[in-house]
Design a protein around this ligand. Structure first.
Ligand code: PLP
Length: 445
């Protein structure tokens, strides 16, 4: 059995290390020092880890600007600046995300905008900011955006979000015509082709490419490949029937990452090779230069860059019948479903370690739970924890960078945690912990 004190490299930030005294540091900073200074729960981002994943992804796809960071995974002004400094582009999926990116001086021309139901207000803000791409999600939106761009006397570059009929959701891969979902314009019914025609007719829109996204936390590279092939069939149809060689193909995000020690990462280099080959193959058949391939990963860039540190509180052993041996130990921490809804929402699994010292107790079946008034408030359903874990220890869950803070809530009037970045022995606060004043500031007496 692996030593519980070891940090599984595939789920912990690249610069996390257990020191000789048992303390875990990230970027040279002891996590318990951060916990004491900022309180718990606290999220800690390894800046160099994030930047190195941006570079790896840029290398896999040939250039940084081809990689659009999906900011829904986690967004703050500081991370927007890192993305900008690394030369990546950025996806936003709401007016709030757009405003945060712009507040961080992220260049609007490198912003791509998503959403299945963008409001007129949101679209106006996109046009006014002169964002690089709006991804059109419906025929209705196409008409609305054309009108808005006309009023602003602008021509808005757009992509069409195509539903390629590939459902590649978590751990299951069903290559059927999966049309029954809210996103995108159907390829199979010909509506995507009709949308391309409408875009080419629209005076205030420029069609620069096609977009698709097959799902999130996907490990089967075949799903991405199949979607790329289907999109390229539409690309050919547009080329052959409308005489238009689109410049860009955006193949979305969704690259799966490991969350526990027994999972392995997706081979992004192999995926990128397949995707680039699928696009080059069609271009070759058409005798044209291949369009630029864009991708928009969120989780694969930021997921493993952060950990969440909690303080252990109540420990409860559950025994049944006359057995003296506990069946399960419940280890309660001072956060829970408000700072990480993923386990409750879709059964997501996590790795956790005690980070303030070595543990040497016998490992026993345990469940890490939060402090909310909800029995489903579980952070880790099944984990073997050493039986010497005690109240006052700091326990950290790894790979919480994506879709934890961004999906956080104020359930039970919880304060959202503080978020800090670490690098070269320094702590840089990113977001302060919410306070009672933040909560009360919404009250209208
Ligand atoms: N692009 C689109 C359109 C998405 O909907 C999502 C996530 O849902 C992403 C990119 C990012 O996905 P991931 O964080 O899994 O890479």
């Amino acid at each position: 059995m692996a030593d519980f004190n070891e940090l599984p490299a595939q789920v912990w930030p690249r610069n996390a290390q257990r020191q000789e005294d048992g303390e875990v540091t990230i970027g040279g900073v002891p996590l318990s020092e951060i916990a004491e200074e900022y309180g718990t729960p606290v999220m800690v981002f390894d800046e160099d880890d994030f930047r190195s994943r941006c570079r790896d992804m840029a290398e896999a796809f040939g250039a940084p600007e081809r990689v659009h960071y999906a900011s829904k995974a986690f967004l703050s002004k500081r991370i927007a600046r890192w993305v900008n400094e690394e030369g990546l582009a950025m996806d936003v999926a709401s007016l709030g995300e757009l405003r945060i990116a712009l507040a961080a001086d992220f260049p609007a021309e490198r912003i791509t905008v998503h959403g299945n139901n963008k409001s007129a207000n949101f679209l106006r803000a996109c046009v006014e900011a002169q964002v690089g791409h709006v991804v059109i999600d419906s025929a209705q939106e196409l008409e609305l955006l054309d009108l808005i761009a006309a009023k602003a006397q602008r021509v808005q570059p757009v992509l069409i979000r195509v539903t390629p009929g590939v459902d590649a959701h978590t751990h299951e891969f069903i290559a059927t015509s999966h049309e029954d979902q809210k996103f995108g314009i159907s390829l199979a019914t010909g509506e995507a082709f009709a949308a391309a025609q409408a875009c080419l007719r629209a005076e205030n829109l420029t069609l620069v490419g096609l977009h698709c996204h097959v799902g999130s936390q996907v490990f089967d590279g075949e799903g991405f490949k199949l979607a790329a092939e289907r999109i390229m069939a539409l690309y050919s149809q547009i080329h052959n029937e409308l005489g238009y060689a689109l410049k860009e193909i955006d193949l979305g995000g969704g690259y799966g990452i490991p969350y526990t020690a027994h999972e392995s990462p997706l081979d992004i280099k192999a995926v990128s090779k397949d995707l680039l080959a699928a696009v080059a193959h069609t271009a070759d058949e058409l005798g044209i230069e291949p369009p630029t391939v864009l991708v928009e990963p969120g989780r694969a860039l930021v997921g493993a860059s952060a950990v969440t540190v909690y303080e252990v509180g109540v420990i409860k052993d559950v025994t049944t019948g006359d057995s003296a041996t506990p069946q399960r130990r419940y280890v309660a921490v001072d956060g829970g479903m408000s700072d990480n809804i993923r386990p409750a929402l879709y059964g997501a699994e996590y790795d956790a370690r005690v980070i303030n010292r070595y543990t040497d107790g016998e490992e026993i079946p345990s469940r890490v739970v939060g402090s909310h008034c909800e029995s489903g408030d579980i952070l880790i359903e099944n984990i073997s924890l050493p039986n010497d874990v005690a109240a006052g220890d700091f326990l950290a869950t790894a790979a919480t960078g994506a879709y934890s803070y961004s999906m956080s809530s104020r359930y039970n009037a919880a304060f959202r945690p503080a978020v800090v970045a670490v690098r070269a022995g320094m702590i840089k606060p990113m977001l302060r912990r919410e306070t009672l004043d933040d909560l009360l500031s919404l009250e209208v007496d």
